[in-house]
Design a protein around this ligand. Sequence first.
Ligand code: ZN
Ligand code: ZN
Length: 315
Amino acid sequence: MLPVYQIIVPTPYAVGPVNVYLIKDKPVTLVDVGPDTPKAEKALREMLSALEVNIRDIERIIITHSHPDHCGLAARVAGETGATVFVHTLEGRKLKGKQDYFKERMQFVVETGIPAEVVQEITGERDKLPRPTLEGVRSQEMSGSETLEFAGGELRVMHLPGHSPGHLCLYDPAQKNFFSGDFLLPHITPNPLMEPDPERPGRRLPALKQYLAGLDVVEKLPVNMVLPGHGGVFNDCRGVIEVGRCHHRFQFDRIKEKLRAKELNAYQLSKEIYPNLKGWEIFLGLSEVLAHLDLLVEKQEINCAHRQGVNYYTL
Ligand SMILES: [Zn+2]
Ligand SMILES: [Zn+2]
């Protein structure tokens, strides 16, 4: 049996605190590590010592995905402890290269029909935290079919993209515990963020299609307890999956309803659905709308016409 402890770490983001999980077995392992802030680092160190683990004892850090609230402290902790950081190849790419986040996504943003001043509003709001990096850290890339061994058990690695292209979840087959990262959360549905397809330049990954396919996979897993990246642990895995599906059905219907009345681009749709977003939130709203539009186009439920650099949608 794997002894698992939840450590709640503060973040400066609207999502609230992030959960780090300590697996106090051989090798001593952290699942996610928290954001790179002094407050988060203090909370992590204090909780580890309350659990009688010295930060130097950490041998392995598993990153669910590359968002800064989950992995910002990875390089600092791994640098201090010599731990190996395990990460999916697609997330490792973001943490090792020198990608420009907005540059990689700008074509998609422009195609939504967004006014130039609103692009400025999004790109002008810099992240509160430095971009996480794994430069100089010993890391091991995974594809999602691995099993990570412990003295007292194992964790199966599952690749469940959609919120992030290389998002990993972990499954403990003995206790039927599912470490869900941001894939399943008790209180919100994760954003199917717009992501460039690394294999097909200029194209987006089908984030929502990938995400919904993942829900079908996890629904078949026997799960006792879900250990999410944010919020409390919960038992009703299938219930939360159904709430997620419901949310997306509602969004599909809402978008089709708006398009029944008139032709709209993705920016106009996001303004109608989310009229009050500011700064970075505008990007999140666009991602949510685009992901649903992409899938509706693929299912031939709506049409997309490209005119003067902007995509327009009709029912
Ligand atoms: Zn995330
Ligand atoms: Zn998160």
